[in-house]
Design a protein around this ligand. Structure first.
Ligand SMILES: Nc1ncnc2c1ncn2[C@@H]1O[C@H](COP(=O)(O)OP(=O)(O)OP(=O)(O)O)[C@@H](O)[C@H]1O
Ligand SMILES: [Mg+2]
Length: 448
């Protein structure tokens, strides 16, 4: 709903126009345009000079205006996509460029708060009491980043012991729907030793946002966390913004020397939002309808996480990736595997057998585990994988009682230890397992 009065709207339009023309970074080159065409979610304006990524206000009448972002141009035509609801548009509406780059909220005042993709609070907690700053424009030079050489305790036994996460590592959490991604992210939020947790909920169902905050996080989890939520019904531009905002907030805490855990649910929906925009402005669809810009944006987003320069803070990040239908050729899952330093797979089969978190230890890998663990732990983790793998290979035989004990020592050992292996993997939603306890559990499980 637009509740501006006609006079206020006209005043606002004059003011915005004046501001836009004064903005030094635009060098006085902004110019107002007129709306000529609307196709789907794409607006086309002529006469408008505004940078890609900047915002314009499209004013259709005294009480009808909306904000849109410049997403491309072709000759004299500028393409925009609305940031909010699209209604009340008229031919020849004025398209007025707005000042560039919105400042993002930063600082301790954000903890415990839930924001939308534009950084506005949506949790009825009142106005934000925090500073604002412009988001940084460059990722840290990879040569200057501190190396990943310390583990981060995520509070989940199987991950701490077998798939150890390093501070500054970027991992994918691959799973189909309803296999327990959100629950696992919630456990990490509550149990990790990271100083600050930033959660980006991008493009999931609206109902889930509330559910995640009330149940997965709970009051305890929310205290150290900032949540940025842009559910599926928001404009694709806003969903992208939500992901970038969560990342920028994580960066701001890292720049203060804090160790941040960034949880992004989901990278797939981020890619889909970029696909909507790319296709709308006429990019060619390539693999599975994803235009090339998607494959350019994914690494850009992910590269933002990681360690700061030596001695600074870190962003350890988990990006969830939907693997629906367990399609091995899903281009997003493929790309994500290539750009992340490890992946944790949640398996539907394991969840169906009642083991939560349903981590498929065999199929998961942390590429930095060797750099952040001692050889003794690596040896035990290798042994654990061997046992799980031997058991899984012979699963069908074992199930029908056709496996003959004594045929294979590793399978025999796996069979003997299986109930304890399952107990090790199972972790109740309310039960934390710190790094030390996780390692001890692994040591006591496997005879030396
Ligand atoms: N640690 C756990 N202990 C017991 N049950 C669990 C656990 N984790 C997940 N579940 C069960 O799995 C269901 C789905 O979990 P969750 O919502 O976390 O999955 P999801 O992968 O995020 O789903 P979606 O794809 O719908 O977002 C839960 O409602 C719960 O019944
Ligand atoms: Mg979920």
């Amino acid at each position: 709903m637009n509740e501006w009065s006609a006079a206020a709207n006209a005043r606002m339009a004059r003011h915005l126009h004046a501001v836009a023309q004064r903005v030094p970074e635009l060098g006085g080159v902004v110019a107002e345009g007129l709306l000529k065409r609307v196709v789907g979610l794409t607006l086309e304006a002529v006469g408008c000079r505004a940078q890609i990524g900047s915002r314009c206000r499209v004013v259709s009448g005294p009480d009808s205006s909306l904000e849109a972002e410049v997403v491309g141009f072709s000759g004299e035509r500028v393409f925009l996509m609305p940031v909010g609801e699209m209604h009340g548009l008229l031919p020849n509406a004025r398209v007025i460029p707005l000042p560039h780059a919105a400042a993002i909220p930063v600082g301790g005042g954000l903890l415990g708060r839930v924001l939308d993709g534009e950084g506005k609070p949506i949790d009825r907690g009142g106005a934000l009491r925090c500073e604002r700053r412009l988001p940084g424009s460059d990722a840290i030079n990879p040569m200057e980043r501190a190396p990943i050489d310390r583990p981060l305790d995520v509070g989940v036994r199987a991950i701490n012991a077998l798939l150890t996460v390093g501070r500054g590592q970027r991992l994918g959490l691959f799973a189909g729907t309803g296999v327990g991604k959100s629950t696992l992210l919630g456990m990490m939020t509550r149990f990790t030793e990271a100083d600050v947790i930033v959660v980006g909920l991008v493009g999931e169902r609206g109902r889930e946002v509330r559910d995640f905050i009330d149940h997965s996080l709970g009051e305890g989890g929310l205290k150290r966390a900032v949540v940025v939520a842009t559910p599926a019904d928001r404009a694709p531009i806003l969903r992208l913004r939500g992901a970038w905002l969560a990342t920028a907030i994580a960066e701001s805490f890292r720049d203060q020397g804090r160790h941040v855990l960034l949880l992004m649910d989901s990278l797939t929906r981020f890619a889909q939002a970029q696909r909507e925009i790319g296709l709308a402005v006429g990019e060619p669809p390539t693999t599975r309808g994803y235009p090339p810009s998607v494959f350019a944006q994914l690494p850009r987003l992910v590269e933002r996480a990681g360690n700061a320069v030596s001695g600074g803070g870190s962003i350890t990040a988990f990006y969830t990736v939907l693997t629906e239908g367990d399609d091995p050729n899903d281009p997003i899952a493929d790309t994500a595997r290539g750009i992340l330093d490890g992946h944790i797979l949640l398996s539907r089969g394991i969840a169906e057998s009642g083991i939560y978190p349903a981590i498929d230890v065999e199929a998961s890998i942390s590429r930095v585990a060797r750099d952040v663990t001692v050889p003794q732990q690596q040896k035990l983790a290798r042994r654990f994988r061997q046992l799980v793998s031997a058991y899984q290979r012979n699963r069908d035989l074992i199930a029908i009682g056709a496996y003959q004990r004594g045929s294979d020592v590793t399978v025999d050992a796996a069979l003997a230890l299986w109930p304890r292996i399952e107990t090790f993997l199972r972790q109740d939603f309310h039960e934390p397992a710190n790094f030390h306890a996780s390692l001890q559990a692994l040591e006591s499980l496997l005879p030396q």
